[in-house]
Design a protein around this ligand. Sequence first.
Ligand code: ZN
Length: 152
Amino acid sequence: MAIREILTTNDESEFLHKKSREVTEIDNRILTLLDDMAETMYDANGVGLAAPQVGILRRVVVIDVGDGLIELINPVIVYKKGEQIDAEGCLSVPGRSGTVARPEKVKVRALNRNGEEITVSGEGLLARALCHEIDHLNGTVYTDIMIAEITE
Ligand code: ZN
């Protein structure tokens, strides 16, 4: 396992706005990527990380909002309900935060590291994290859709 460099919008805005490609084969490179992304996320005290944030344009996400590690390959939101407006930040946008409207509940379908189809249901912070990370795979950074910057 290794900690990878997290790209920021200061240097890599164009790259972070690219769309990531689906994973067609879960090979050792993808498994290493998952391991490295989890280590990188925990090292940075983040609650989520998407592969483009470490320079890889593949549809791979890791999340841990305090309930254990979730690894998602090719995640797709298949259900949304309600709305929540709350503060959000991003490891790729250091030192800033802003309010973003997200669904209160989401259901996501994805593959796990064994290639098995899984469904993850989340509400509150987990729903927010799932939406935020899947946005990264589509080249959307939260600052693109935030309602307002939060200033101290
Ligand atoms: Zn982010």
